[in-house]
Design a protein around this ligand. Structure first.
Ligand code: FAD
Length: 594
């Protein structure tokens, strides 16, 4: 099985040339986030991912996790790796310095996060959820809660969870029923949450749950949901751990993938009510939880990228070794990488991975700008851009991960279907990504409803204007980038046309717009990916012209961008046709004919 090696050259390129680290380091609070610091951080993270996290990946898949007498156990190797993660301070990389984090941009955090997820997705879900809890507490909790909980969560000594789902409340959080009853300076929480990732474990001495619950007199629906912090162990005034709180894992799910990530059923309040503390205002919990969900959506998109990268590395190495058939037009034995069809598959993986990396890091960078700039207009623009891109990163990238991990198996032939080669695990692990943190359908509805129709398409229009500005730069690069320029221009027109169609048809035929939402999401992802690859090709062209940096890397970047433009971007034509067909056939078939 191929060892994981972080694609540092591409990460570095995207961070510096496409996502604008230099600009970020001019913002207040990011002065220390310079290129000099980037290299050692990425190199050390790469070593940690390869040497510490990656060797535990198959162990976790094979051993899974279990619950006995209310105690959740994960493989011992996970605990050892996690302790090293905490000792190395990785959890706090992009957390505020006020709570002993390193205060680096989430752009840099995205690259280290990608490495953790490539190395071991099941284990790395734990720090992922923790980082969402940190952000939510920092933005919405009282100072008192911040002082008690943030330093321990930022260091990773305690971990955080996100507790939304109940059996009747999955995509539809309006149905949340867990109860919160006021009790002096706190609340008593009771009820059952299901599917809670890393909902309990023994890797740390405390687990801090962020729980959506409803007050007794709360209005129906999402306007009656509040957010509570519920620790596994209460914390004494001196900071030491006190009584065990009334929240217990009663089972862990047996799953298709991410076997060693404990997905818990959590019972709150079986013995009188778990102590919980309000975060934000009563009945305004969903707005606070959206901080956590938006970050998690970007992160789950990056999980799609990360598992695809891992599948690609295995497929590439296999294709360079496996001998089968003959080199086209000769009698020479071929390594399968010499077959055009295997080339097609590898290039599909490589080009989509690079497009996803650029798209998600650019989104992280927009979030950094939004949180650190002092200029109100710049903040508004960055917030708009990151909000628009988030459902695309989550929805499109996780759908693409299904395709790419499956191609990884295909390149391995029969060996890929056999568990021993390890590539089947990537398909199984990737399968959850389009489901949790909002299914693809929910992302598509969010994109079309909240991000396009709600602002009459203005945010998308501004992004399309930015995209159009690349045309002159590509043209000035001459014939080498001409096919990319033409393809991106077509993609731009398609996204424009699809957006206009949504705006024109939203009032007339709401069902048709919802039917089109998935194709619109995929069209937007495909075109934005092409835009980022075209930007990359333009930079590569200029670097080659001025003999800067690694010529091999830049030449490969241009070829990969051309492949994306010529072979991947045409998918956008199919999506556009499906969107604008105005067909309503899915809704016309009577239910009893299904
Ligand atoms: C391994 C795992 C880990 C998880 N971790 C967590 C966690 O840490 N915390 C947590 O709170 N939850 C967690 N979840 C729950 C997860 O977020 C939900 O499973 C997810 O939100 C979908 O809800 P559901 O399973 O009830 O599916 P449903 O909501 O019943 O959806 C079923 C199908 O119907 C579609 N659908 C539903 N509503 C709509 C709509 N309005 N428009 C269009 N289509 C719709 C969906 O797209 C989907 O295809 C986890 C789940 C799993 C399996």
């Amino acid at each position: 099985m191929t060892d994981y090696i972080a694609p540092l050259e591409d990460m570095n390129f995207v961070i510096n040339e496409l996502a604008g680290l230099e600009e970020l380091s001019k913002l207040p609070g990011f002065e220390h986030a310079t290129d000099d610091l980037l290299d050692p951080i990425l190199e050390e993270a790469s070593r940690f991912a390869s040497e510490v996290l990656s060797p535990t990946n198959v162990i976790g898949d094979q051993q899974g996790c279990r619950v006995e007498d209310g105690v959740v156990t994960v493989p011992a190797e996970f605990s050892d790796a996690y302790q090293l993660f905490v000792e190395s301070g990785w959890q706090g990389l992009d957390c505020s310095q006020e709570y002993e984090g390193m205060g680096l941009p989430s752009l840099i955090g995205s690259a280290t996060f990608e490495m953790w997820q490539s190395a071991n997705l099941a284990l790395s879900l734990c720090p992922m959820l923790n980082s969402g809890a940190v952000d939510t507490i920092e933005l919405h909790a009282t100072d008192e809660l911040k002082q008690v909980y943030l330093p321990k969560l930022v260091s990773g000594e305690w971990t955080g969870t996100m507790d939304l789902t109940e059996s009747q409340a999955g995509s539809d959080l309006a149905k949340v029923r867990v109860q919160a009853v006021p009790d002096g300076d706190h609340y008593r929480i009771s009820g059952t949450k299901i599917f809670i990732t890393w909902g309990d474990h023994e890797m740390t001495e405390n687990v801090v749950h962020l729980v959506l619950a409803r007050l007794p007199d709360a209005p129906e629906g999402v306007r009656g949901i509040s957010l509570f912090l519920v620790p596994k162990f209460l914390v004494n005034e001196d900071g030491s751990l006190g009584d065990r709180n009334d929240v217990y894992a009663t089972s862990v799910e047996h799953k298709l993938g991410i076997h060693a990530s404990p997905t818990c059923v959590l019972n709150f309040g079986d013995n009188g009510g778990a102590v919980g503390y309000l975060i934000g205002k009563e009945n305004r919990g969903l707005a606070c939880m959206f901080t956590m969900m938006n970050l998690a959506r970007l992160q789950v998109g990056i999980q799609g990228l990360a598992v695809s990268e891992r599948a690609y590395q295995a497929a590439r190495d296999f294709a360079k070794e496996r001998v089968q058939g003959q080199v086209l037009g000769t009698h020479e034995n071929a390594r399968i990488i010499q077959h055009p069809d295997v080339r097609r598959m590898l290039m599909t993986m490589k080009s989509l991975i690079e497009a996803m990396r650029a798209t998600s890091y650019v989104t992280a960078s927009a979030l950094d700008v939004a949180h650190h700039t002092e200029d109100a207009d710049t903040r508004a623009d960055a917030l708009e851009r990151s909000a628009l891109l988030t459902p695309i990163v989550k929805g499109w990238m996780t759908e693409v991960a299904q395709e790419l991990t499956a191609i990884g198996v295909q390149i391995h032939g029969g060996s890929g279907f056999i568990e021993e080669t390890g590539v089947a695990q990537f398909v199984r692990d990737a399968r959850i990504l389009t489901i949790y943190e909002g299914t693809t359908g929910i992302q598509a509805n969010d994109l079309v409803g909240r991000k396009i129709l709600a602002d009459s398409g203005l945010g998308m229009k501004r992004m399309l204007e930015d995209m159009a500005q690349l045309d002159a730069g590509l043209e000035s690069c001459g014939p080498e980038l001409e096919s990319i320029r033409r393809a991106v221009s077509k993609g731009h027109k398609r996204l424009q046309e699809a957006t206009d169609w949504l705006l024109d048809n939203a009032q007339k035929e709401p069902a048709v717009v919802h039917l089109a939402a998935f194709d619109y999401l995929m069209l937007a992802g495909t075109v934005i990916g092409a835009w980022q690859m075209a930007r990359a090709a333009e930079v590569a062209h200029r670097k080659l012209a001025s003999s800067e940096g690694s010529a091999d890397f830049y030449k490969a970047k241009i070829i990969t961008a051309r492949f994306y433009a010529e072979e991947v971007l045409p998918r956008s034509a199919g999506h556009l046709e499906a969107i604008t067909s105005e067909g309503n056939s899915a809704m016309q078939l009577p239910e009893d004919r299904f």
